[in-house]
Write a protein that binds this ligand. Structure first.
Ligand SMILES: Cc1cc2nc3c(=O)[nH]c(=O)nc-3n(C[C@H](O)[C@H](O)[C@H](O)COP(=O)(O)OP(=O)(O)OC[C@H]3O[C@@H](n4cnc5c(N)ncnc54)[C@H](O)[C@@H]3O)c2cc1C
Length: 468
């Protein structure tokens, strides 16, 4: 029997990158989504004793559930999902609900230099397909995911930023053959909202808003209906291989599987398998949600839209008006996730929200929560199959934009597994996302790179503000 990474079964010995409070799988993050997520209408029990299956998936978020859903459906595979918390415990139950284009932080010029324009266009076509995949899955499975809006706006916070958006961003979207257009400040004021910080925007399609927990629960229900078995409360503590069989051990039992899919994104248990160690760069993203806003308050900013929006900055904020007239406002989280830093980060978010909407200076906050998104060293998602063990697949690194990308990636991995093809990567998976991204050098201190990078971006935003 071979441990794939040392002998580290005991949870207490895991060295996490962030504060331990980020990894309390038995706790429920106090989000607006959890409070309004509807009933659990699917079965999921902890793994007890020994069991076996063809495909075991580690992680019960969108990536893992989509893999299971697509495998169990037309592909008829015998698949089980092992989830440490409850189904949707991770980012899939905590995000802003933007089903939008993104997934990569690699700039266009660098991407074209590295992969060529056709490969880059292929990536962005897949992004559009991914948004439409989520939409059709919601409709076909009758998921009450509360879809709102049909576009995303990148809002310029200064006249200078708007000029740059118009001059450069639009050209880039055109080069990528994406559906983007300019919204001047006066049209923006009439159709969306007004603020001292809005100077026009770029409109991008397709995008829509949704309810993340309702989506994750709907996807889980659909996967179970197709025959997938979900094990919540089943953290994988050790991963060993005996001949061709993987053995995934939890506190309650052991799952034997012919194939394994690693689908844990920012919460990746890197210690379980040497191939994944040092590859992900998790980063905290945080959200606050106001109490419901009155007509007078909405009127003070002429707010009349539920369109998902972001600020066009390096360290952006994302925001949308929810169906019950609360504002959801998100941004980067604290750099370590400790209690004091997390509290001051929420205050920073709230002050950013009040700068955008000064008339709401005394509107109280009803919900605040956070979770981990995942970057990679090459700044594009990592989707593939291990070169030295073709029975292990993976999908992670969606750069804070995984609602569409994770569900699409799960479908691609499922198709790949079911096709039985050797190591050949299916043609539908764009070059930009294929395979593992390089490891971070000195991976144990990789958060220091992240902090340095964030400090540089923050400084660049400040300089932009001063020049505006
Ligand atoms: C605050 C926030 C806001 C965001 N907003 C947006 C947005 O508006 N739009 C967008 O596109 N994206 C957004 N994202 C990102 C998006 O939510 C993620 O990219 C996506 O949900 C990733 O899905 P996943 O299934 O790969 O990972 P996750 O949903 O994080 O699931 C991974 C799961 O793996 C489990 N796990 C970890 N270790 C183990 C183990 N040892 N054994 C078993 N299970 C384990 C975890 O418990 C977790 O549930 C946001 C993320 C956050 C945190």
């Amino acid at each position: 029997m071979t441990p794939v990474r040392g002998d580290l079964p005991a949870r207490k010995r895991i060295n996490r990158l962030y504060d331990e409070s980020l990894y309390r799988f038995d706790a429920v993050e106090p989000s607006y989504w959890e409070a309004t997520g509807g009933a659990l209408s699917f079965a999921s029990t902890a793994l007890r004793g020994d069991a076996s299956c063809d495909v075991a998936v580690i992680g019960g978020g969108y990536s893992g559930l989509s893999t299971a859903y697509h495998l169990a459906g037309n592909l008829q595979a015998d698949v089980r999902v092992l989830e440490a918390g409850h189904i949707g415990w991770g980012a899939s139950g905590r995000n802003g609900g933007f089903c939008s284009l993104g997934g990569s932080k690699l700039g266009l010029a660098s991407a074209v230099r590295r992969y060529g324009i056709e490969a880059v266009r292929h990536y962005w076509r897949a992004q559009v397909d991914a948004v439409e995949l989520v939409r059709s899955l919601i409709l076909e499975e009758g998921i009450d995911a509360q879809i709102t809006g049909d576009e995303e706006l990148a809002v310029a916070c200064s006249a200078r930023s708007f000029a740059e958006l118009r001059a450069h961003a639009l050209d880039q979207f055109t080069l990528l053959r994406l559906d983007a257009s300019v919204v001047p400040a006066d049209e923006f004021r009439e159709r969306y909202f007004d603020s001292p910080q809005q100077h026009g925007a770029i409109r991008i399609r397709p995008t829509f808003g949704l309810h993340p927990v309702r989506l994750v629960r709907g996807l889980a229900r659909a996967a179970v209906a197709r025959g997938a078995i979900l094990h919540a409360g089943s953290e994988v503590l050790a991963w060993q291989k005996s001949g061709d069989v993987h053995l995934l051990s939890t506190a309650g039992g052991t799952l034997r599987a012919k194939k394994v899919v690693m689908a844990a994104n920012g919460f990746m248990p890197e210690h379980l398998h040497r191939s994944f160690a040092g590859r992900p760069m998790p980063m905290i993203s945080a959200i606050v949600v106001t109490r419901p806003l009155s007509d007078v308050e909405l009127g003070a900013h002429r707010w009349q839209s539920s369109t998902p929006m972001i600020t066009a900055r390096n360290l952006l904020n994302y925001f949308r008006l929810l169906p019950d007239r609360r504002l959801l406002f998100g941004g980067r989280g604290h750099s370590s996730g400790g209690a004091a830093g997390t509290a001051s980060n929420y205050e920073l978010l709230i002050s950013q929200m009040r700068q955008l909407c000064p008339a709401w200076h005394d509107v109280t906050i009803d919900y605040r929560w956070q979770g981990l998104v995942c970057f990679t060293r090459r700044l594009t998602p990592s989707i593939g199959r291990l070169a030295d063990d073709p029975s292990v697949f993976f999908a992670f690194g969606y750069h804070g934009n995984g609602v569409n990308t994770s569900i699409w990636a799960g479908r691609e991995i499922a198709g790949w597994i079911a096709s039985g093809a050797g190591n050949a990567v299916p043609a539908s998976i764009p070059l930009m996302v294929q395979g593992l991204s390089e490891r971070f050098p000195l991976a144990a201190i990789r958060l220091w790179y992240l902090r340095a990078r964030l400090a540089m971006l923050r400084a660049a935003d400040r300089i932009d503000d001063l020049r505006s």
